[in-house]
Design a binder for this molecule. Structure first.
Ligand code: COA
Length: 379
C-alpha cells in the first residue's frame, strides 16, 4: 500500500459546509464568514444557529433560538445523581463530562432516533446541558451547593454564574463568549472526525458526541490548553521564560500551545485570544499573560520552530484567558467541549444527511507465516 498517509495527514475524506481551514495563510472560515468578522460580531448562540441551520438568524429567530436553549439547561435527576456520586478526587472533569453526556441518552425514548428533527433537538439539549454538568461537578467536588441555571443570563454568563455563584462582569462574559465563538469548529480536527466516524455507522448522536469528548481530552488536541497552563506555572515568572525555553528545547521537549497539523503560520484565532487575555489580565493583574507573551517572543526567535512553521495555536492564549476567568486548569478542556459541541453537532447533522461508512484500511506490518503452537509448548 504505497500511498499510506500516516496520521491521515493531508487526506480529504468528506465535504463539509461547516468550516474551511487554510493552513499556509492562516485563514479560517465559518460557513462562509471569515473568523475575524465572526470574532468581532458573533454571539455563541448565533454561531450555533449558523452551524445547525446554515444561515445567520434574524432577530426573531435568534430570540426564539436562545429561549429554546435556555429551557433545556436543566439536567435530568439521574445525571445529577451520577455527578453527586462521583469521587471528589481522582475524577478528571473530562472523564466526568464524558460519562454524564453518555448518561443523557438514558431514559430518553428518542435517543436512537437519527432523523434531522431529532438531531436538532438533541444538539440543542447537549449544548444547553453541558455547561450545567461542568459547573455542577466542579461545585460538587469543592463541597459547594450546586446552582441551577438562570434564564435571564446568556450562555456564557449563565455558565460563569453556575460555576462561581456570582453574575460575571460584562468583560468576563464578553471574553468567555469570544472563546466559545472561536473554538466552535475547525475543519476535520480529530474529535470532529471521531464523532463523524461514530455517526457514519448510524449510531446515535449521544454515542458520537461521547466519542468526540474522549478524543478531545488528549493533550495533542483539546487537552493542550490545560498543559499550556501547567507550562506557564512551571515557568513561574516572566524572568524565567527564556531559560525555561532553552532548557525545554535542549531536552527535546515540545512547547505546548505551539504547532498545528494544518497551520504553518500563526493560528488566526490566536490574535483575538491574545487581545482578550491581555485586556482581562490587565484587570485581574495576571502574571500568566506576561509570561505567555515573553515565551512567545523567545520562541519566535528560534529557527527550529519557525523553519518548521511552528507558531502559537488557539490553546496558547486560551490558557491565561480561562485562568483570568477563575476557571481551574483541569476544567479547560470541558470549557472547550462547551464550545466545540456546536461544531460537532453541525458536522453530525451533515454526516447523517449524506452518510457513508468511514472505514479506511491499514497496512499490515506483522508476520504472516507463524505456526500455531499448542499452549503447553509455548515458552
Ligand atoms: N514544540 C516543539 N517542536 C514541535 C512542536 C512543538 N509544539 N510541534 C511540532 N514540533 C516539531 C516536532 O518535534 C517535529 O520535529 P522534527 O521534524 O525534528 O521531528 C516537527 O515539528 C513535526 O512534528 P509532528 O509531530 O510530526 O507534527 P504534527 O503535525 O503531528 O503535530 C501537533 C501537530 C499539534 C501534535 C504538535 O505541533 C504538538 O504536539 N503541539 C503541542 C501540543 C499542542 O499545542 N496541541 C494543540 C494543537 S491545536
Amino acid at each position: 500500500m504505497a500511498d499510506m498517509k500516516s496520521g491521515l495527514e493531508g487526506v480529504v475524506v468528506a465535504q463539509t459546509r461547516m468550516s474551511k481551514v487554510v493552513g499556509d495563510v492562516g485563514q479560517l472560515i465559518y460557513a462562509g464568514y471569515d473568523i475575524h468578522d465572526v470574532a468581532e460580531h458573533a454571539s455563541f448562540e448565533e454561531v450555533a444557529y449558523l452551524f445547525w441551520y446554515c444561515c445567520l438568524p434574524n432577530q426573531r429567530q435568534l430570540a426564539s433560538f436562545e429561549d429554546n436553549l435556555e429551557t433545556r439547561r436543566g439536567i435530568p435527576f439521574h445525571v445529577m445523581d451520577l455527578i453527586r456520586a462521583t469521587p471528589t478526587v481522582q475524577s478528571h472533569p473530562m472523564s466526568v463530562l464524558r460519562t454524564a453526556v453518555s448518561a443523557l441518552a438514558l431514559g430518553d425514548p428518542g435517543s436512537n432516533d437519527i432523523s434531522q428533527a431529532s438531531n436538532l433537538r438533541r444538539s440543542a439539549d447537549l449544548t444547553a446541558k453541558i455547561p450545567t454538568i461542568i459547573a455542577a461537578h466542579d461545585r460538587h467536588r469543592k463541597g459547594l451547593e450546586t446552582l441551577g441555571p438562570r434564564d435571564d443570563l446568556n450562555h456564557a454568563s449563565n455558565f460563569l454564574y453556575m460555576l462561581h455563584g456570582r453574575v460575571p462582569s460584562e468583560a468576563e462574559t464578553r471574553a468567555l463568549n469570544l472563546y466559545l465563538v472561536l473554538l466552535a469548529d475547525h475543519g476535520f480536527n480529530s474529535s470532529t472526525f471521531s464523532a463523524r466516524v461514530t455517526a457514519a455507522t448510524q449510531s446515535d448522536i449521544f454515542s458520537a458526541v461521547t466519542s468526540a469528548i474522549g478524543t478531545l481530552k488528549g493533550p495533542a488536541h483539546g487537552g493542550a490548553t490545560e498543559t499550556t497552563m501547567e507550562q506557564l506555572s512551571d515557568i513561574g515568572d516572566v524572568e524565567n521564560a527564556e531559560a525555561w525555553y532553552t532548557q525545554a528545547r535542549a531536552e527535546g521537549r515540545r512547547i505546548f500551545g505551539m504547532g498545528h497539523r494544518v497551520y504553518n503560520t500563526e493560528d488566526p484565532r490566536a490574535r483575538h485570544l491574545r487581545q482578550a487575555a491581555t485586556e482581562l489580565g490587565d484587570v485581574t493583574e495576571s502574571k500568566w499573560i506576561k509570561i505567555a507573551e515573553r515565551l512567545e517572543e523567545v520562541a519566535k526567535q528560534d529557527p527550529y520552530l519557525t523553519d518548521r512553521g511552528i507558531y502559537i495555536n488557539v490553546d496558547y492564549y486560551a490558557a491565561p484567558l480561562l485562568n483570568a476567568l477563575g476557571i481551574e486548569p483541569d476544567l479547560f478542556t470541558t470549557v472547550f467541549t462547551m464550545s466545540r459541541i456546536v461544531g460537532w453537532t453541525g458536522h453530525l447533522i451533515e454526516q447523517y444527511a449524506d452518510n457513508r461508512l468511514i472505514r479506511p484500511r491499514s497496512e499490515y506490518a506483522g508476520a504472516t507465516d507463524l505456526k500455531w503452537e499448542p499452549i503447553e509448548q509455548r515458552g
